[in-house]
Design a protein around this ligand. Structure first.
Ligand code: BG6
Length: 493
């Protein structure tokens, strides 16, 4: 790739507590909503019984193995790791008065380990989980009280880690409640549109309050939102399809519009009227929403189409989404439509809309990795997928878009959010564990590990060469002046 990414560009990977840590009840942690979904985010909710199998109870044992895993990230040259704090490690029930000290101490160790390698943490406050007690006894985000509990949690972690963590995100894929109310908001799956949007409203207010607290408690930090970047194309140029695609894009851009602009966009008035939704929004809520995010982040895996034609409804898969198939695109083994160029389109669209820095905080290919006869994993398909997407980020930067960084999803194999499979692998690092929990948990570098390492190194090398040339030019300037020779480069060049 001849294009050079900006020097400050952050390179790394992204993980989530409930998909890697395991130790789901250790050191005072409470049950989370993820702990009661043993078969993935939109499968049945199961009250825990002793002896029940849930692959996430151990996951990949990052809880104990983080020093080794972070060392491997450092070996790849990461300058950033996106990770989440499990809310239920800090406030086991969510409504506790005091935080759990053991939970706080755990993340101190993680951030110290990252600091050892100069890896910048990018921390999500809530990634597809909340304390289960809040879902069970408060109906999750349907309750206004949960705003206060979340604010207390956010302030606790900002105060505790403010010196170590300068990059934050509020809710992972905040638009997911539209597709999966329990995982997104701790709501019953059969909740009404009224309940769903009221819960979303509470979450948006809580997000804005967290942004305010972050600005006050860590003035030199940056805090962003996080959306599932669900870009929808019109299936044809028929204006009916175009209008339908626009409406579907509004469904998720609505979240970014509130979080980046500080108020509800006008198109939602009609939507709410059509759905019969009448939100309880107080004057204080409107005031709180004015605190906007510093940057926009999103996940990007696929795109889809919208069609107004009832005969044109062939559905494509997506972890939380159902979209119309785009005949120009290929799909992953799980039916997710692969569209690198869509990433450039989306980056341009978000930049045009918000004029705030953008961060691609998830992107990757879930695939079955089969070791060859030597036991090695030659995942060229993953390398192709990632390099094509990174290339399009470079194109977007050349279009003038401000992109802060890229953290690919699951740099180490982890438990799938939608299916709870281990066999849906995203990693540069293989983890020996199967869907039934068999395996040694041993880590192994895949071919993509060396590819990403070399790629990041090539970017850093460019940085080093640039620094070297500037130093040489400066030397030349002073040496020439010292001995009275003509100066070829001015000091400022
Ligand atoms: C994103 C989530 O939607 O997609 C992650 O933020 C998730 O938590 C990722 O793991 C990939 O989805 P899946 O279902 O393949 O794990």
């Amino acid at each position: 790739m001849s294009f050079r990414f900006p020097e400050s560009f952050l390179w790394g990977g992204a993980i989530a507590a409930n998909q890697v840590e395991g130790s789901h009840l250790s050191d005072g942690k409470g049950l989370s909503t993820s702990d009661v979904c043993p078969n993935g985010a939109f499968n049945e909710i199961v009250e825990r019984q002793d002896g029940d199998f849930n692959i996430k109870d151990i996951a990949i044992d990052f809880y104990h193995r983080y020093p080794q895993d972070i060392a491997l990230f450092a070996e790849m040259g990461f300058s950033c790791l996106r990770l989440s704090i499990a809310w239920s490690r800090i406030f086991p029930n969510g409504d506790d008065e005091q935080p759990n000290q053991a939970g706080l101490a755990y993340y101190d160790k993680i951030f110290d380990e990252l600091a050892k390698y100069n890896i910048t943490p990018l921390v999500t406050l809530s990634h597809y989980e909340m304390p289960y007690h809040l879902a069970k006894n408060y109906q999750g985000w349907a309750s206004r009280e949960v705003i206060g509990f979340f604010e207390r949690y956010a302030k606790t972690v900002f105060s505790r880690y403010g010196k170590k963590v300068k990059h934050w995100l509020t809710f992972n894929e905040i638009n997911v409640t539209l597709h999966e109310p329990f995982t997104g908001s701790g709501l019953p799956r059969d909740c009404s549109e009224q309940t769903r949007y009221q819960a979303i409203h509470h979450q948006l207010v809580a997000s804005a309050k967290a942004v305010k607290a972050c600005h006050e408690l860590i003035p030199d930090a940056q805090i962003g939102n996080m959306m599932l970047g669900a870009l929808i194309y019109p299936f044809t140029c028929n204006p009916d399809d175009v209008q339908k695609a626009q409406a579907q894009n509004h469904d998720w851009l609505f979240f970014g519009d509130v979080q980046a602009r500080g108020y509800y966009p006008s198109y939602m008035r009609r939507k709410f009227a059509e759905l019969g939704v009448n939100l309880d929004i107080s004057a204080d809520d409107r005031e709180a929403l004015k605190e906007t995010v510093d940057f926009i982040s999103f996940s990007y895996y696929m795109t889809g189409c919208a069609s107004a034609d009832p005969n044109q409804q062939q559905q494509a898969q997506g972890n939380m989404l159902r979209m119309i198939v785009n005949p120009y695109l290929e799909s992953s083994e799980w039916g997710w439509q692969i569209d690198p160029k869509g990433l450039r389109i989306l980056l341009n669209m978000l930049w045009d809309r918000y004029q705030k820095p953008l961060f691609v905080v998830e992107n990757g290919l879930g695939a079955k990795d089969v070791p060859n006869e030597k036991g090695e994993i030659e995942d060229d398909y993953r390398i192709d997928y990632l390099s094509a997407h990174i290339h399009q980020i470079g194109e977007a930067i050349q279009d003038g878009v401000d992109v802060m960084g890229y953290t690919s999803w699951g740099p180490i194999d982890l438990v799938s959010a939608s299916t709870a499979q281990m066999s849906k692998r995203y990693g540069f690092i293989y983890v020996d564990r199967d869907d039934d929990g068999n395996g040694t948990l041993e880590r192994k570098r895949k071919k993509s590990f060396y590819w990403y390492q070399n790629f990041i190194k090539s970017q850093k090398k460019i940085k080093d060469i640039a620094t070297f040339i500037v130093a040489m030019m400066k030397d030349h300037h002073y040496e020439c002046k010292k001995v009275g020779l003509p100066v070829l480069f001015s000091e400022s060049c």
